[in-house]
Unconditional design. Sequence first.
Length: 169
Amino acid sequence: MRLKSLLAATAAVMVMGSAHAGGHENPNAWVMNAPTDEERFELIQGQFGGYARAMWEIGHRFRGMRGALRNGNFELAQYHLEEMEEALDDGNQRRPRRAANSERFFPASLWKEVDEAFGSGDADKAWAAFDRVRNACMGCHVAENVEFMNRQPMFEDRGQRRQGRPGRE
Ligand code: HEC
């Protein structure tokens, strides 16, 4: 009897111990359940993703920008531009080896000039600026050996000539 209760007590301690192994009982606490801080940071780092994650957002904003210009909504185009710049910065922070080409094709002056062109409210200037953005995206894809990225509808649609015909992308 004594041995049995000793075993039961030991088992209970082990169960409790394993439930608290990562310090938390919640199976959804995927960060906190990792045994060390280092492993927790690694998990978080991995979840942010790399360049592809940034590009996913940038592609969304690029299409949003074109749609905004088509609707004559220059403020929305400026908004997408600003968010796009931040997303590219974040991508460069995560993948520093891409930063040189990123800055080569998107120097600080380009962001500023495009922003001014959108802000001018002049549709011709705004579309010319959009084209500069498009060319910079495509140039960097070639420089970074992902030229195949350029062969997709997002880049085939130059925008301006479809003005007044919203509905695509
Ligand atoms: C540093 C140069 C660089 C610049 C500037 C750049 N890209 Fe990219 N882009 C890449 C690379 C590299 C990849 C492939 C990512 C990977 O391999 O992880 C990519 C991938 C993509 C993808 C595919 C993302 C996915 O996984 O769905 C899209 C869409 C994209 N870029 C759009 C754009 C647009 C739009 C712009 C301009 C506003 C742009 N890119 C500017 C380098 C660049």
